[in-house]
Design a protein around this ligand. Structure first.
Ligand SMILES: Cc1cc2nc3c(=O)[nH]c(=O)nc-3n(C[C@H](O)[C@H](O)[C@H](O)COP(=O)(O)OP(=O)(O)OC[C@H]3O[C@@H](n4cnc5c(N)ncnc54)[C@H](O)[C@@H]3O)c2cc1C
Length: 416
């Protein structure tokens, strides 16, 4: 008979399975850290139940099929989560950034694909909330609150880490702006209702000063989906290449003035980078919890794996880094909620540190979780195999970790 524990039941890591693991109370204390209102705590409880009971049990099948998880998206909207980050004046609930991050982490722990689909709505629509005109907000935000899907389109074939080389062109034409060019690797790109697109204003020569931002609505003539990528992980979240073939977009959809795009983008990153960090920490927590449960059951040489001192040292390092990183997440959340993010640079260095450390930790926890499962870690029957594939992209998107190290290091150069 095989001496291997059964794979975790979906949702086993959400509280119920932790009786008897003394050290895990430290994570409960960390979860209590963000200053959430009673209303936000209730919402988070509902999100946790949804993640445990519906989203986690469906995650393996969505990973296998690569289908877009519409039932998860509908369930999330059923709880009113798209409305949580939209101000009350535009049909939303206007809840805190900390509450939003806590929900991202919870959903991503259950299914990283679903987590990034929902978080992308926030990344794409938050700049509209922060920098849109009253008319734009009245017209577009109620749709977001009701569940419209957003996409954020920056990356191009020859403009990845250095977005200033983008070539998508915005040409003014009376009351319209004609958008031409293309984007790659756009999350939600085939299912979005609203696209926040960055491009260059025709007639402004300076690469940085030409960057502008506009909202393109689904169904705009000339907006074409070229292909859907076949990915290593996050297989249920769609990632597509887009073409803009002289798309006529109302000038009323321009965010800010021509040339405001780079400042908008940098300010937006201060809120999207902590969000992808929360997503990565959901993955890290899932991997860590699966590993701890497994090595408490699996026996070799007459002992549980967790009883070997070499394994305990590894757990100690992972748990310590996880605790520090989660504490930093709530520190950054508090800064944003107190209004420190604002216009760039704001909290750029803190956000970079968080994104860098959370994503490296997600990859490390997932890789070590596979290792701790031995051969079974390499088999799809156990969730850690998927977590390792899902974790890798967190070190690449939203600024690769090389770029974040550069941003953090550069901030210490004295200005002459
Ligand atoms: C699944 C997925 C989803 C994505 N979703 C979106 C999205 O919704 N919207 C969007 O706009 N984009 C999205 N992206 C794009 C993503 O943000 C880019 O892939 C990322 O920024 C890196 O750009 P690149 O792929 O062109 O790599 P490159 O910039 O070509 O980098 C290649 C390598 O060189 C390194 N490198 C580059 N410059 C430097 C430097 N100055 N110093 C040191 N090393 C450097 C990089 O770190 C990397 O290791 C997504 C990508 C993927 C794969």
């Amino acid at each position: 008979m095989l001496d291997k524990p059964p794979p975790l039941l979906a949702g086993e890591g959400w509280g119920g399975g932790w009786a008897g693991y003394g050290a895990m109370t430290l994570f409960s204390r960390l979860d209590a850290m963000p200053a959430l209102s009673p209303e936000e705590r209730l919402l988070l409880d509902s999100v946790r139940a949804l993640a445990r009971d519906e989203i986690a049990p469906r995650a393996a099948e969505y990973d296998r099929s690569g289908e877009f998880p519409w039932d998860n998206v509908r369930a999330i909207n059923g709880l009113g989560l798209n409305a949580m980050f939209v101000p009350e004046a535009y049909g939303g609930a206007g809840l805190s950034y900390a509450a939003y991050l806590a929900c991202v982490r919870e959903i991503s722990q259950a299914c990283a694909s679903t987590g990034i689909i929902w978080a992308t709505n926030f990344h794409a629509m938050k700049p509209l909330i922060d920098f849109g005109t009253e008319e734009q907000k009245q017209r577009l935000l109620p749709r977001v609150a009701e569940g419209a899907i957003g996409a954020l389109a920056i990356t191009e074939p020859d403009a990845g880490s250095d977005a200033t080389h983008m070539t998508t062109r915005f040409s003014p034409d009376g009351e319209r702006v004609v958008v031409s060019g293309g984007k790659i690797f756009i999350s939600n790109g085939d299912v979005a209702d609203l696209y926040l697109v960055f491009g260059k204003w025709a007639g402004i020569a300076d690469d940085r000063k030409a960057i502008s931002a506009i909202i393109i609505e689904k169904g705009t003539p000339g907006l074409t989906i070229l292909r859907k990528e076949d990915k290593m992980g996050h297989r249920a979240a769609s990632t597509v290449a887009l073409a803009f073939e002289d798309c006529p977009v109302p000038r009323a959809n321009l965010l800010g003035a021509p040339g405001d795009g780079l400042a908008l983008l940098l300010a937006a990153l201060n809120k999207s980078r902590p969000s992808v960090a929360a997503h990565a920490l959901g993955l890290a927590r899932a991997a860590f919890e699966d590993a701890v449960l497994y090595i408490n059951q699996r026996r070799q040489s007459g002992r549980r794996i967790v009883e070997f001192q070499g394994i305990q040292f590894l757990l100690a390092d992972l748990a310590t880094d996880l605790a520090m990183c989660e504490a930093w997440l709530w520190h950054v959340a508090g800064l944003v909620d107190r209004g420190a993010a604002g216009r760039a640079p704001g909290i750029a260095v803190e956000a970079s540190m968080l994104k860098l450390r959370a994503s490296d930790l997600a990859m490390r926890c997932a890789t070590e979780a596979v290792q701790l499962h031995g051969g079974y870690g390499y088999i799809k029957e156990y969730r850690v195999e998927r977590l390792m594939r899902d974790a890798k992209i967190t070190q690449i998107w939203e600024g690769t970790n090389q770029i974040h190290r550069q941003l953090i290091g550069r901030s210490f150069i004295a200005r002459s």
